[in-house]
Design a protein around this ligand. Structure first.
Ligand SMILES: Cc1cc2nc3c(=O)[nH]c(=O)nc-3n(C[C@H](O)[C@H](O)[C@H](O)COP(=O)(O)OP(=O)(O)OC[C@H]3O[C@@H](n4cnc5c(N)ncnc54)[C@H](O)[C@@H]3O)c2cc1C
Length: 466
């Protein structure tokens, strides 16, 4: 599409210390962190609730706060959120992953999550502006002067000292001139999108029994024995399988989802599951027309999946369809090219960074854009990788901090840290960085990483293996 210059009426909002665009988990935790340090914070979100992928795209459970050996690597505000949900009966906490893909998963009640994030932001005196989308960015040299947002009031310019891009798609960074790239280096292919489907009235006891008797019908990443052992003890179910019936249905032409398994996760509510099985390839989530097409394909695939499960999957005979997600799930889109581009070698080699601000223990998990498979590069049991502060910053915009899945990293490296616990840990650091930049009246890029690390540690985050 071509660009043209228009002169349009724009309202002017008061100035904030920190403006965050995107109220997913990384943006929400960043807003809470900055507000707790006394910044005057505005969190802008296009939906009418917080939580992003976890609430608008129906994703769950969070995985994983732990490394393969079961050592907890994500703490801080992210873990505080879970403990608050546990106290309210809205999460069973960190429990064994019965697929044995990770050591733990963390199911949660998505409605409670929306409210808890708002409560934590309120307690810190942060503000939120819903149903508002980023429309444009005004820059002065290497600084963002204001963002222009669009909502029921029309267009409004919002000035701030420091901005955080938590859109997942790096919308703010891209519009302010920060370079970015898509997906794989060779061909820019990104991970496929998935429309999540939520079902209730699933007989999980029958599924446990069936999986125990037919382990060959499921995938067990950590081995069958580990999987079956966890199946006995974990209070919630997660499984990848029904392999034989699924393949047969594909061969009969009843299913045209390009995927080799049915993947599903029980939520905090027993008997309610998230089916993460649809797969939409070859469409760009940042192209509005292609995104619209993805929504339609995703919903159609979910109809096929629901029908398959009711007819052919033990335990799903009386399942009730609750909904498909409000928005198709986007695993990957833009990655900024920041001061450092994190690589798979650094993730797998557990590279030590002096400016580490977050850690992860989740594998490199790539849903294929070429075929039906999901390729995983598992970590060694004791592995923990680090994410440096430089991946949140760019050469081009000195008062912009980027958090969440779109920070500066390759396709392969981001396939590891893109999951929610690690996205929250990155958001925690980004919020502290933005607040410090405002306090010190310097560009975010000039804040000493040691200052960010000190506050992270004071607030319960873990940055070393100790
Ligand atoms: C299908 C699927 C399954 C997944 N499964 C799991 C899983 O089981 N466990 C797990 O831990 N992780 C999983 N993930 C990954 C994880 O959910 C995300 O990578 C993570 O939540 C990213 O967090 P984020 O805050 O960076 O981005 P998001 O959660 O995408 O948040 C971005 C927010 O910004 C808002 N926004 C975007 N653009 C604009 C704009 N221009 N203006 C205003 N607001 C805007 C969005 O509405 C959203 O709220 C999955 C992802 C997908 C798509």
């Amino acid at each position: 599409m071509q660009t043209e210059d228009y002169s349009l009426p724009v309202l002017k909002a008061p100035s904030y210390d920190v403006v965050i665009v995107g109220g997913g988990v990384s943006g929400s935790i960043a807003a809470i962190a900055a507000a707790r340090l006394g910044s005057n914070v505005l969190l802008i979100e296009e939906h009418g609730f917080l939580g992003g992928t976890l609430t608008s795209m129906g994703v769950g459970p969070m995985m994983s706060f732990h490394n393969p050996a079961g050592r907890q690597v994500v703490r801080g505000i992210a873990d505080e959120l879970i403990q608050r949900l546990v106290r309210k009966g809205a999460s069973p906490g960190h429990i064994p992953d019965t697929t044995s893909y990770c050591s733990t998963v963390t199911p949660f009640d998505s409605e409670a999550l929306k409210i808890e994030l708002e409560t934590m932001l309120d307690e810190a005196d942060g503000s939120v502006l819903y149903h508002t989308q980023l429309a444009a960015v005004q820059t002065d040299g290497k600084r963002i002067r204001e963002v222009i947002v669009c909502n029921k009031a029309g267009l409004t310019a919002i000035p701030a000292h420091t901005y955080i891009d938590a859109t997942g798609d790096a919308d703010l960074a891209a519009r302010s001139g920060v370079p970015f790239f898509y997906g794989r280096e060779a061909d820019s292919a990104i991970q496929p999108m998935t429309m999540n489907l939520k079902l209730a009235n699933v007989d999980t006891a029958a599924i446990r029994q069936y999986a125990t008797n037919h382990p060959d019908d499921f995938l067990w990443h950590g081995g069958v024995d580990v999987g079956l052992e966890r199946l006995k003890s974990s209070p919630r179910l997660s499984l990848a399988g029904f392999l034989h019936a699924w393949k047969a249905a594909q061969e009969r032409g009843e299913i045209d989802v390009p995927r080799d398994q049915v993947l599903f996760f029980e939520t905090a509510e027993p008997g309610t599951v998230i089916v993460n099985t649809s797969r939409i390839t070859g469409l760009a989530p940042t192209d509005p027309f292609q995104l619209s097409q993805a929504e339609r394909i995703g919903r159609q695939q979910c109809m096929q999946i629901f029908s398959f499960l009711r007819q052919h999957a033990v335990g799903f005979e009386k399942a009730i369809r609750m909904d498909t997600a409000a928005k198709v799930g986007v695993r990957e889109s833009r990655h900024i090219r920041g001061l450092h581009v994190l690589t798979a070698e650094e993730v797998l080699g557990q590279h030590d960074f002096d400016d580490v601000i977050a850690r992860g223990g989740y594998p490199i998990d790539i849903h294929s854009s070429d075929d039906v498979e999901t390729r995983t590069q598992h970590l060694k049991p004791d592995d923990i990788y680090q994410i440096p502060l430089r991946c949140l910053l760019s050469e081009q915009m000195e008062n912009l901090v980027v958090v969440g899945r779109c920070i500066s990293a390759t396709h392969e490296a981001s396939a590891a840290f893109r999951v929610t616990p690690i996205a929250m840990a990155i958001g925690h650091a980004g919020g502290i960085l933005a607040a410090l930049a405002h306090d010190e009246k310097v560009p975010a890029r000039d804040v000493a990483h040691e200052s960010v690390q000190q506050i992270l540690l004071r607030q319960g985050a873990q940055l070393s293996t100790g």
